[in-house]
Unconditional design. Structure first.
Length: 199
């Protein structure tokens, strides 16, 4: 009889050990394809791109959502491969490299001394739920600074939204990817305008 209970106990123990748990899905944002501008030559300026400063809730890799009543949370089994600020910086850098708007571009981690510095404050990067729909929502403010004079040359705020194809984490990821691409497109257009206006 003792052997019988031992077999049952061992079987239950093995069954518990082989139980499956939900795996965490990790997502990233790939740089968008090259965007062409009607320009015959690149600007003579050089540019450093800093990673965004952001509120504490956006400093991690959580995939965050926000509801109509202001309630925020994170998806349990989905996360980003890096912080939203880093993902935005990396994809923007790649786009600017491809466009050749500047004679040199580098992240601020580089030791190079460039003419302009692009700083930013990331205020929102959420899968935002509305009445019956949801969207990828980004709120970010960029500043161009002259590194020699330490003077702010220009400031621009971007509020970007893209509809989510579904009301779940996968839909939120797709919407935030599209919003990031729209953001980079609009930011690069803004920078292109500045290079023509400010010599």
């Amino acid at each position: 009889m003792q052997h019988y209970f031992l077999y049952i106990f061992t079987g239950l123990l093995l069954l518990g050990c082989t139980g499956t748990t939900s795996s965490i899905h990790e997502y990233t944002i790939f740089p968008q394809e090259k965007i062409e501008f009607n320009t015959t030559a690149r600007a003579h300026k050089t540019l450093s791109v800093a990673s965004s400063k952001s509120c504490s809730s956006l400093t991690g890799k959580n995939l965050l959502y926000i509801r109509e009543n202001g309630e925020t949370g994170s998806y349990l089994y989905s996360k980003w491969s890096d912080t939203p600020a880093t993902l935005i910086q990396q994809s923007l850098l790649k786009l600017l490299y491809d466009q050749s708007l500047f004679s040199a571009i580098s992240p601020t981690s580089s030791v190079s001394q460039n003419d302009w510095l692009l700083e930013s404050d990331l205020n929102a990067f959420y899968h935002r739920f509305l009445k019956g729909t949801s969207e990828g929502y980004i709120d970010i403010t960029y500043r161009i600074i002259d590194t020699k004079t330490k003077r702010i040359i220009a400031i621009k705020r971007f509020v970007i939204t893209s509809p989510a194809p579904s009301m779940d984490a996968i839909g939120g990821v797709e919407a935030l990817k599209n919003s990031t691409h729209k953001l980079n497109h609009q930011c690069s257009e803004w920078l292109h305008t500045l290079t023509k206006e400010i010599k």
